[in-house]
Design a protein around this ligand. Structure first.
Ligand code: FAD
Length: 503
């Protein structure tokens, strides 16, 4: 059956990202794209920190970066600062760019380790541009200084989720996506194929489609409630299951830092996402180890300004749908699964889900091989991210609460154990398939939380010491030069994309 009508159910970040991206394939074809959303239900209202591939998503859509950031009060993000994770008092940055660059075919952290063993006192962080810029509150984009001898700047955005969805809505509607306001109350299935044929709205209207994209959030209106796809529960590995969000004013007049802050507490952690006009704050915790009242008290006691709204309480079960694509329904966003906001991977998974969907899509119809491929690739992606998230909880020496004792001693997936053991042996990190997180990401979190490299790749010892020392010194020098030349993040925002919040 040919695909002539795509129906997207849900108008949160997932729904409008899908609508905006699909509107690009609509051009010149008799393809209808309809998005249904319910103002009465609203969106989850969080999800404001992103990672670098998201910059590419916006670029592909042809969105003007400065215009978008200005409309959403956005800021730049060079990484995440983790506080109190390995032990109370610890602080490290997981940066977006790499530690140094490969030398003699081996990753820089091996070379650094060799030099450190030989007495070089410099921490690995000084060889990472994003970490150094973040520490000094500086920012610039690669295109601001066209010089081949300087490293590129890897960055993402912090944005106001509601404003970003509204921005994409304008974008998608201008390209022919039709928005329908209403609450879906029933889903009709074909008796033979089990395909979804239409959804019925509360006002009695019925909207038919050939392909349905379920962006209805945690409830998974089509993928779960109509098709009963099933959910793989990962709370034995990622036990946090509650969050309370509370945005606040930015009152102290200081410029927004170019990084997200993730501070570990007694039974979870708190995020701070700096926007131009406010800070997004929230406390993610595990209800088996903390009551809601205490979670809110901790949050209120640790935010930098006056709350701007009532607390937004959220409940979730970490895990994923057993299938992300089932018959003619593709789930994106929270309808597909949810792990943890810790490394800002949810919006990224929406992005890669859309990429895969568009790559596999044929307007001639839906085949089993499309479904299977989408599910296999997405499943692998989730599993790799899951392991990385578990690492943050498990790699700790904190023993100050039942929660930390639990996560420190819990059984973890074998794939993660292998990764940690290899790193402990000689610093080896294999980036599996096309996994999202880089060697630097794994090294940053492992070293940042107390896992030490027991040795390094033997090839590092074969590098010429004098030449290596010269190159490494040059590397540090060019980073210092560049960070010194960068403007402050606040100054950059004011010049490049000042918030246009009255718009
Ligand atoms: P929602 O925002 O819930 O949207 C669902 C849509 O479906 C709404 O429009 C709703 O009206 C509609 N709908 C539902 N039922 C019906 C119905 N019956 N009829 C009609 N319409 C209906 N991700 C990141 O990448 N970075 C972060 O920093 C981050 N932080 C997070 C913090 C927390 C605590 C949580 C829980 C999530 C976080 N996420 C983060 C995830 C992120 O919020 C989501 O991935 C993103 O907002 C997408 O949500 P969504 O569009 O899937 O769902």
């Amino acid at each position: 059956m040919a695909i002539e009508r795509i129906v997207i159910v849900g108008g949160g970040t997932a729904g409008w990202m899908a609508a905006a991206a699909l509107s690009r394939i609509k051009a010149g074809r008799p393809l209808e794209i309809v998005l249904i959303e319910s103002e009465a239900i609203g969106t989850v209202g969080v999800g404001e920190a992103t990672i670098p591939p998201f910059v590419g998503f916006n670029e592909l859509l042809g969105i003007n970066e400065a215009d978008m950031l200005s409309a959403v009060g956005g800021t730049f993000k060079l990484g995440i600062q983790f506080e109190n994770w390995g032990q109370i008092g610890d602080s490290y940055i997981h940066p977006f760019g790499a530690y140094g660059y490969a030398m003699g075919g081996i990753s820089f952290h091996h070379v650094w380790h060799r030099m450190a063993k030989a007495g070089d006192p410099r921490p690995i962080q000084v060889f990472n541009l994003e970490t150094m810029a973040a520490c000094f509150g500086k920012f610039a984009r690669t295109q601001d200084y066209r010089r081949d001898d300087l490293p590129p700047v890897n960055y993402a955005y912090h944005l106001d989720a509601g404003r970003y969805a509204a921005y994409l809505r304008r974008f998608a509607e201008a390209r022919g996506v039709v928005r329908e306001e209403g609450k879906v109350v029933d889903v009709a299935l074909d008796g033979q194929s089990g395909f979804v044929t239409s959804v019925r709205l509360e006002d009695g209207r019925s909207l038919a489609g050939d392909l349905f994209i379920d962006c209805s959030g945690f409830r998974g209106l089509l993928i779960e409630q109509a098709l009963g796809t099933g959910y793989e529960d990962w709370s034995h590995w990622l036990p946090c299951n509650r969050a309370v969000a509370l945005p606040c004013r930015r009152e102290d007049g200081s410029p927004p830092p170019p990084f997200t802050r993730a501070t570990a507490h007694r039974a979870g952690w708190q995020w701070q996402v700096p926007l131009q006009h406010r800070n997004g704050n929230g406390h993610v915790y595990c209800s088996a180890f903390m009551e809601d009242d205490e979670a809110l008290d901790i949050l209120v006691g640790n935010i930098a300004g006056k709350p701007q709204a009532e607390p937004n309480w959220l409940r979730f079960v970490t895990g994923r749908r057993k299938k992300f694509w089932n018959r003619n329904v593709v789930a994106l966003g929270l309808a597909a699964g949810f792990m943890e906001p810790l490394e800002s991977t949810s919006i990224h998974l929406i992005n890669t889900g859309i990429d895969k969907l568009i790559s596999l899509l044929s307007l001639d119809g839906i085949t089993r091989v499309q479904e299977d491929t989408f599910n296999r690739l997405t499943g692998r992606e989730y599993a790799r991210i899951r392991d990385f998230l578990i690492l943050h909880y498990n790699a700790t020496s904190r023993d100050d609460s039942d929660f930390w004792n639990h996560v420190r001693t819990m059984a973890v997936p074998e794939t993660l154990t292998e990764k940690v053991e290899l790193f402990k042996a000689n610093g080896q990190i294999f980036r599996e398939e096309d996994e999202l997180f880089t060697e630097t990401s794994w090294a940053a979190v492992m070293m940042g939380q107390g896992i030490e490299m027991g040795g390094h790749n033997a090839m590092a010892d074969a590098l010429d010491p004098a030449r290596t020392a010269h190159e490494v010194n040059e590397m540090e020098r060019s980073i210092r030069y560049l960070v010194g030349a960068m403007p402050g993040h606040g100054e950059y925002l004011a010049r490049y994309c000042p918030a246009a919040l009255a718009a």
